[in-house]
Design a binder for this molecule. Sequence first.
Ligand SMILES: [Zn+2]
Length: 440
Amino acid sequence: MILLKNATLVHLHPAEVIPGVDIVIDGTEIQSVGRAAGEGLKPTRSIDLAGRVVMPGLVCGHDHFYSGLSRGIMATIAPCPDFVSTLQNLWWRLDRALDADTVRLSGLVCALEAVKAGCSAVIDHHASPTFIDGSLSTLKEGFEKAGLRGILCYETTDRNGRDGARKGVEENQRFARLVEEEKKRSGKQRLVEAMIGGHAPFTLSDEDLTALAEVVARSGRGFHVHVAEDSFDSSWSHRLHGKDALARLNDFGLISESSIIGHGLYLTEEDRKILNARGAYMAHNSRSNMNNNVGYNSALPHVKNVVLGTDGIGSDMLLEAKFAYFRHRDSGGPLGPGAFMRFLQSGNELLHRSFGESFGKIEKGYKADLVVLDYDSPTPLMRENVAGHVIFGMGSRDVNTVIVNGRIVMENRTFPWDVAPVYAEAQAAARLLWKKMDRL
Ligand SMILES: [Zn+2]
């Protein structure tokens, strides 16, 4: 049992600020919350937070831990005048260069970085075409070593031939089975769940979609895919299949309330109607969209379920929320800061749909996934202005302690094990990876 004393409880959406509360954690869940809730208890750990902010842990709704060794990349990258050449010249060379060891290191450093930024969970979309079989288990080990919760999938694609597509489907199926077995064995103790992944409609044939739909139906897991990130995906779908990109996926039964659609910039109005009717989630990644110059998703106000993701640019969700808000303002959009808190909160609903447990509130019976911040507020912090504090102030620099599944995974900005060798190993591996890319 862990007792957090004298916390300032903050919920982002619906907004709430309650100073002076105790939070009692028993096992993987919150047992009680309130003034003097810990009185008379004999916890194994008692931590006086002296008024520090405690929030539900942040959730990244769309990420790529395979890109962890690409920061500051010094491989030779040919000019990328459009989106598809960016994929061909950079990302598809990087993912082909990954092997078991670089997937392991990339995943582990990304998991550590996510915890440092206040994340308690990351929903990942993985690719490593020369190391497919077992890749999700390798990634899972990194999540578990860092203590981070995750939902993993393999992004099936036919860009490396029929055999590559088949192996992608099989890895999703294998991993979903493994997670299902673990669920039966260890229940609430498990940290990692599965989704079924596809890269994007323009690299998935009808045969691939049929195979993926079978795995989705058999596993009971949702589908995670990029759709209409660039106009190319939409044009390709019309040219080859005579359908809108999302409508095509829907025809295969792949769009449900457990699905995540990455980006969705070029969804048609009909596509958005399907997305909303099915209750699926759209992952919005504003920094990635700006970096790839694919345009802006001005339809955010018309999508029912929006979650924020980083698309591989770290997992700093407090920063991502700021970019998402400022880019929206820059486009003349109508949404205020509060809408972006709702988008942040949506990640917890996705966790609920995958794990079947309660996430995203500091209340009895909810999972003990929490972040403690050293937020020195220069102005009053109140229910009415929480969103303003997040957009204009609170940052990952304030993250002090992270608790996931009732376990303290980072305390006072320190992991309970020496992470320095991991970073050293990752730096050495990154150099070799970049050299390998130059030969591909
Ligand atoms: Zn992505």
